[in-house]
Write a protein that binds this ligand. Structure first.
Ligand SMILES: Nc1nc2c(ncn2[C@@H]2O[C@H](COP(=O)(O)OP(=O)(O)OP(=O)(O)O)[C@@H](O)[C@H]2O)c(=O)[nH]1
Length: 430
């Protein structure tokens, strides 16, 4: 009886695509975002009128769509720590959330933040310049963060006479680089963000291009199968204890389903205690449900009263993550003031759990252009990526990042400044 409800909410979850934009300065990200908002009629008329007026006053030949994101840029320049601007738009087929990540090299941290939850990353290059170091770096980060879908947009095709040859050369070079990565699904699209070619509809200026327009691709890219519905992972965010309120005997565990499907009656195990019970009910703001799956936020009630705290994890007895204090991980260093060094101590935040961690070893630093591993490196500076070994003071309930982006990812926080200094992806936990 509750099946239709589940199908409907699953449908809703699938209808949302989160994507991140990346590229270096001036490749046209703001223009592209402005164009997507414009072509999908996601702008308020007064926003559009203001942009048209400013463009005319500046003598721009075209409506300067990049101006639409100027407000966002101003916020950005105030130096908010993790600084990703989110924009929303929708078409009849899907809703979209864009994480607009600034292109300058020092903003790699923002790119990491934006891409870590993205279904798709869109990397822009300027057709006149071709691939630059940033394009490779971003592609590498997307592969490291396991963003399942990657789109390279070769922009400003109008400035290279819509040349098939220029496009193919860039596409070939990028495809060759992506082949060296654990590359996700890759598409390459020639566009002109400014003029709208291959954005909402196929361009008449590039009849040689036979693929879909960008929007068509974004609307149809298949993301449902990217979700892990196999491994039940439910990190407990809050324990709702019996209160002296109307419902005196209520005890539930609230959180967001990271992966897998939970149903009343399922046998579950709680970590780190290892105690088992069965799910009595699953509650949501709209009432009880017959199933919960990612990314639903629910409250789980169990048949037995067991001692569970925030940071514990509910899974299935025959499919549990590692309960581990020795962590092998890839990290991207995000702190400009101090490098990462062996012996450094940090606070490590993993799902709903915070523990302390010490860096035991730095195995190598990776050059993202050549993919060369420097085993002699003694530190990681801003934006550098390396593989290291960490030891935590209390166990993590962890999976490999490749298997689970939620229970496989973590951040390191500097305790004195409370700043996020690294994003990490677990390679092995024991
Ligand atoms: N001719 C042409 N110019 C473009 C195109 N797309 C963007 N531009 C121009 O390129 C310049 C930079 O575009 P922006 O959209 O501001 O670039 P950005 O990547 O957002 O820049 P940052 O946010 O500073 O990294 C602007 O002058 C745009 O008008 C295009 O398709 N064709």
């Amino acid at each position: 009886m509750s099946a239709p409800t589940v199908a409907a909410s699953e449908q809703r979850a699938m209808d949302l695509l989160r994507f991140a934009t990346a590229g270096s300065v001036d490749d046209g990200k703001s223009t592209l975002i402005g164009r997507l908002l414009y072509d999908t009629k996601s702008l308020f008329t007064d926003q559009l009128a203001a942009v048209e007026a400013v463009s005319a006053a500046r003598g721009d030949e075209y409506t300067n769509l990049a101006l639409l994101t100027d407000g966002l840029r101003a916020e950005r320049e105030q130096g908010i720590t993790i600084d990703v601007a989110y924009r929303y738009f929708a078409t009849p087929r899907r809703k979209f959330i864009i994480a607009d990540t600034p292109g300058h090299i020092q903003y790699t941290r923002n790119m990491v933040t934006g891409a870590s939850t993205a279904d798709l990353a869109l990397i822009l290059v300027d057709a006149r310049k071709g691939l630059v170091e940033q394009s490779r770096r971003h592609a590498f980060l997307c592969s490291l963060l396991r963003v399942p879908h990657l789109v390279l947009c070769v922009n400003k095709m109008d400035l290279v006479d819509w040349s098939q040859e220029v496009f193919e050369q860039i596409a070939d070079e990028f495809t060759a680089f992506a082949a060296k990565l654990e590359a996700p699904d890759l598409s390459v699209i020639p566009i002109s963000a400014l003029k709208g070619d291959n954005i909402a509809s196929r361009s008449e200026n590039m009849p040689w291009y036979e693929g879909p327009s960008l929007l068509h691709h974004l609307e149809r890219v298949h993301i449902a199968s990217d979700r892990n519905l196999v491994d039940v992972r439910f990190p407990v965010q809050y324990v709702i204890r019996p209160q002296s309120t109307t419902v005196t005997d209520y005890r539930g565990y609230a959180g967001q389903v990271a992966s897998g499907v939970l149903k009343p009656g399922d046998e579950v195990m709680v970590l780190p205690s290892g105690l088992t019970s069965r799910i009595a009910a699953i509650d949501t703001a709209d009432g009880p449900v017959a199933e919960a799956f990612p990314p639903m936020s629910v409250t789980v009630r169990l048949e037995d009263e067991i001692d569970i705290s925030r940071g514990d994890l509910i899974c299935r007895p025959n499919n549990a993550p590692a309960v581990a204090q020795d962590i092998e991980a890839m990290v991207c260093w995000l702190d400009e003031s101090r490098p990462l060094r062996v012996g450094g101590k940090y606070s490590l935040k993993h799902t709903t759990r915070s523990v302390r961690a010490v860096v035991r070893d730095l195995h190598y630093r990776l050059d993202v252009n050549s993919l060369h591993r420097d085993e002699e490196a003694g530190e990681l500076k801003l934006n550098e990526i390396g593989r290291l070994k960490l030891r935590t003071t209390a166990p993590l309930l962890a999976d490999e990042y490749r298997r689970n982006r939620t229970t496989g990812g973590f951040i390191l926080i500097d305790e004195s400044s409370n700043r996020t200094v690294a994003a990490g992806m677990i390679v092995e936990a024991s």
